[in-house]
Design a protein around this ligand. Structure first.
Ligand code: APR
Ligand code: PHB
Length: 400
């Protein structure tokens, strides 16, 4: 016997996209159920980037979960670029008329949203198996799954595919209705988390060195997040903590390297780097949002921020549908999202190309990278272009 329930919007995936959408819809009085393949603990165990744009902060406040990030997040007014053993600060606040970003982990954003959802008594089915999305090309979409040993069906007005890059929603779109764009980079990032004070608590440091890229970031004043570029063939087990700290130090300028405080890692993982976009983002009564429809390499930390802007557009479109009986927002959803996504894809691709050592770059390519880095830190126009993208482009701007 299949147990059947009904809701207005069924959300697939309880990552930041799905949880934020659920919170915004709930605030607007729109009923929703989230179906998640993993357990809540598993979702919270994934460590990802941790830089929030103002647009994302505003949305967390709108969703009613802004208090913790305001209290525990660390504002950043600058970033630093290290190359040829020298550090150069880019005053992103000065160059953008007062804007900044906030260091606050994606894991913490997810936890805040999970707690708020549980406190509001909203339905989330964790550890759901065999999730399938059906009927979205017609008027009656529904989701099927196995949950707590029972076959379940959720009938809804809409399906929101917030189920990440490996999810079921994009995979369920008929072949031929989707166009994919992709670039895979020939290296990964080895990241570690350690309970030591960050070497640069007020500016994320991006380093391009002869041995490859390195990044100094943080989660709090007592927890650091560092990364080094590594070959895709490397395994985490190839990297002892000691080897990691040595590699990191060698990639920074000597003064900064000396200030690094080391300690045992509490998490260590290797992530591949990819740029990917699937178009469009709406298929009848199903929408894709966040990593389900696009991936950026982590250079510039745009992944979570793009997921947040998709969710802003999607929640506004659904609210308009229910409150004003207008489908204008729904019809514009895909184009609105993609306009901002492609700009962030370009920025993340550009910063990745600028800051990493590519195996086949050659001597000429290296000279071009060096020249661009010098130009960037010495030209107010070029620094401004970096800064305005880093703090995040506005939500509303011309699409064409
Ligand atoms: N059924 C139900 N849930 C699923 C399924 C499925 N078939 N497949 C995947 N999921 C769940 C995953 O377990 C995950 O919890 O969907 C969720 C998707 O979450 P994320 O991958 O975190 O994607 P999203 O919420 O869009 O967040 C985007 O994540 O990868 C980072 O940089 C990215 O910061 C960005 C953010
Ligand atoms: C992080 O804190 O994990 C981080 C920060 C900046 C980036 C990428 C990741 O560009």
């Amino acid at each position: 016997m299949t147990h059947t329930v009904r809701t207005q919007v069924v959300i697939v995936g309880a990552g930041p996209s799905g949880l934020l959408l659920g919170a915004l819809l709930h605030k607007a009085g729109i009923d929703n159920i989230i179906v998640e393949r993993q357990s809540g603990e598993y979702v919270l165990g994934r460590i990802r980037a941790g830089i929030l744009e103002q647009v994302t902060l505003d949305l967390l406040h709108e969703a009613g979960v802004g208090a913790t990030v305001t209290q525990a997040g660390t504002p950043h007014h600058a970033i630093e670029l290290v190359f040829q053993n020298q550090r150069h600060a880019i005053d992103i606040t000065g160059l953008t008329g007062g804007k900044s970003v906030t260091a606050y982990g994606q894991t913490e954003v997810t936890r805040d949203l999970m707690n708020a959802r549980a406190a509001a008594g909203l339905t989330t089915w964790y550890s759901a198996e065999d999730v399938s999305v059906n009927g979205f090309d017609g008027p009656h979409p529904y989701v099927l799954c196995q949950h707590e040993g029972q076959a379940k069906r959720i009938d809804a007005d809409f399906i929101a595919g917030c189920d990440g890059f490996h999810g079921v929603c994009r995979a369920s779109v008929p072949a031929g209705s989707l166009q994919e764009f992709e670039r895979v980079y020939p290296f990964g990032w080895l990241g570690i988390l350690a309970d030591v004070p960050p070497v640069s608590p007020h500016a994320i440091v991006y380093a391009n060195s002869a041995e490859g890229f390195a990044l100094c970031s943080m989660r709090s004043l007592t927890r650091s997040r560092y990364y080094v570029q590594c070959p895709l063939s490397d395994q985490v087990s190839d990297w002892s903590d000691e080897r990691f700290w040595d590699a990191l130090r060698r990639r920074l300028d000597p003064a900064l390297a000396e200030q690094i405080i080391t300690g045992p890692s509490i998490e260590k993982s290797i992530a591949p780097l990819r740029s990917y976009v699937a178009e469009p983002m709406r298929f009848g009564r199903m929408f894709l949002a966040g990593d389900a429809s696009h991936i950026v390499p982590p250079t510039g930390a745009k992944g979570l921020n793009l997921a947040a802007s998709d969710v802003k557009y999607l929640s506004a479109a659904l609210i308009e549908h229910y409150a004003e009986r207008s489908d204008a927002g729904i019809d514009a959803y895909s184009d609105r999202c993609l306009a901002r996504i492609w700009r962030a894809e370009r920025f993340s691709w550009w910063l990745t190309n600028l800051m990493h050592r590519f195996p086949d770059n050659g001597a000429f390519g290296q000279k071009m990278q060096d020249a661009e880095l010098h130009y960037l830190v010495n030209s107010r126009a070029a620094s401004t272009a970096l800064a305005e993208n880093y703090v995040g482009l506005p939500l509303d701007f011309a699409q064409h």
